[in-house]
Design a protein around this ligand. Structure first.
Ligand SMILES: [Zn+2]
Length: 106
């Protein structure tokens, strides 16, 4: 059990700052990217596949965009977490102290 190197307190916790931050950023970027990519694909599909009817192509476009956004968000958050874990302990200190707010690496 490690203690805070600044005040000696045992009330320390893992910050996971990089992981959490990159997870959020990755999820947002992935959702936007996935939504945009799916929207482009849906527009192409709608113009090429009007034989299925305008309602069918509209529904397909909406579903495609939602799925693209969802898949993009999942992929983005996973990528973000992986990048963030690399930053934790290198760019960002891995641990923090509840009592004095000092951040450090064990
Ligand atoms: Zn401390």
């Amino acid at each position: 059990m490690s203690t805070c190197p600044h005040c000696g307190s045992g009330h320390i916790y893992a910050r996971k700052f990089g992981k959490q931050t990159c997870n959020s950023v990755g999820m947002t970027a992935g959702a936007i990217g996935g939504f945009a990519a799916a929207s482009r694909g849906a527009a192409l599909g709608a113009s090429a596949g009007l034989a299925a009817g305008p309602i069918g192509s509209a529904l397909g476009g909406i579903a495609g965009a939602l799925m693209g956004g969802l898949l993009g968000a999942v992929a983005g958050s996973q990528t973000g977490s992986q990048i963030g874990e690399q930053l934790d302990g290198t760019v960002f200190d891995r641990m923090a102290c509840h009592d004095c707010g000092h951040t450090f690496n064990p």
